[in-house]
Design a protein around this ligand. Structure first.
Ligand SMILES: [Zn+2]
Length: 309
């Protein structure tokens, strides 16, 4: 049995690294809901999270780690562990969709970014798969006629799928020497997945390790891919990122746009902000859409390339 009465992480915060202002924000959140007579739950492990009845809970605060959630590949799935991104999305939508006035939900698959910074492509890709499952949950639990779902990235990484691997080549493996169009000038094998910069550069050797000779298992979640410039942490990239939309006003998301445009689309589609005239119309095709909008949902992720894998 899991002891769900004491959160060891909260205890840690309250002792060694507590807030300097001494505020207990969790307690304050609880008191606020108490005073308003609302149904609420605060949870910090799988056991309590899974026990929540979303149809009897109006407010839910889940704090499962001191810092970021674990990588999906390292997540503790036991009762004392933490929920996955799709599980979190499912519970959030079940709770929020009870509101007749609609809802706004923002979800970030934040660890895609961290996997890349460490040059650990496998971790980043599995985080992306988790994000894909989260999007699938959101699509399944909402109605396309009334919910706008937007999926995008805040930036890319200097991550490459390159080297002319043959069709069907292991995405985590090396490019088959027989199919290499150009033989590497240093004679070493190379993987399809590479970084332009980051920790995968051997400054004491010839620049890069040979994946065939020096790495036992390219499928290890902690294998650091070769990089072209030695940096402690791989960096973000500067190219355009993809954005996908589904639901009311999704037609406004197309082509190349500045980032701030996305926020305006969501406000416009949700009938909030300054431009609400279209929400009051009753006899045009576009107003037909807006009359049905009662929810707006956005998913964020941090790497555009991974969605094609
Ligand atoms: Zn980052």
């Amino acid at each position: 049995m899991t002891n769900t009465s004491v959160d060891p992480e909260t205890k840690k915060v309250n002792s060694a690294k507590g807030r300097r202002d001494g505020l207990d924000l969790i307690q304050m959140w609880k008191l606020d809901k108490e005073e308003r007579g609302a149904s609420y739950k605060y949870v910090w492990n799988n056991s309590d999270f899974n026990a929540i009845d979303p149809f009897k809970t109006d407010y839910l605060l889940g704090l499962f780690q001191q810092d970021h959630l674990d990588y999906e590949l390292e997540r503790d799935q036991s009762d004392k562990g933490e929920p996955s991104l799709p599980e979190l999305v499912r519970k959030a939508i079940q709770i929020l969709s009870k509101n007749d006035n609609g809802f706004f939900l923002m979800v970030e698959g934040g660890r895609i970014d961290h996997g890349h910074h460490d040059g650990k492509a496998k971790k980043a890709l599995y985080e992306t798969l988790s994000m894909e499952d989260a999007v699938r949950e959101a699509v399944a639990l909402t109605d396309e006629k009334e919910t706008l779902i937007v999926v995008t990235a805040d930036h890319s990484h200097v991550f490459n799928i390159a080297g002319y691997p043959k069709r069907g080549n292991d995405i985590l493996g090396v490019v088959d020497p027989l199919f290499r169009q150009w033989y590497p000038l240093d004679g070493k094998a190379y993987t399809t997945l590479l970084y332009a910069n980051g920790p995968g550069f051997n400054t004491s050797g010839s620049g890069r390790t040979d994946p065939l000779e020096e790495v036992d298992d390219l499928h290890d979640k902690d294998y650091v891919r070769n990089s072209g410039v030695p940096l402690k942490s791989e960096t973000h990239g500067g190219e355009d990122v993809a954005i996908y939309a589904k639901g009311p006003m999704a037609h406004l998301i197309h082509g190349v746009q500045e980032q701030h445009y996305v926020a305006h689309v969501m406000a416009y589609a949700s009938c909030v902000g300054l431009n609400k005239d279209h929400c009051r119309q009753t006899n045009t095709a576009s107003s037909l859409h807006n009359n049905f909008i009662n929810s707006c949902f956005i998913l964020l992720y941090s790497l555009v390339y991974s969605i094609i894998l």
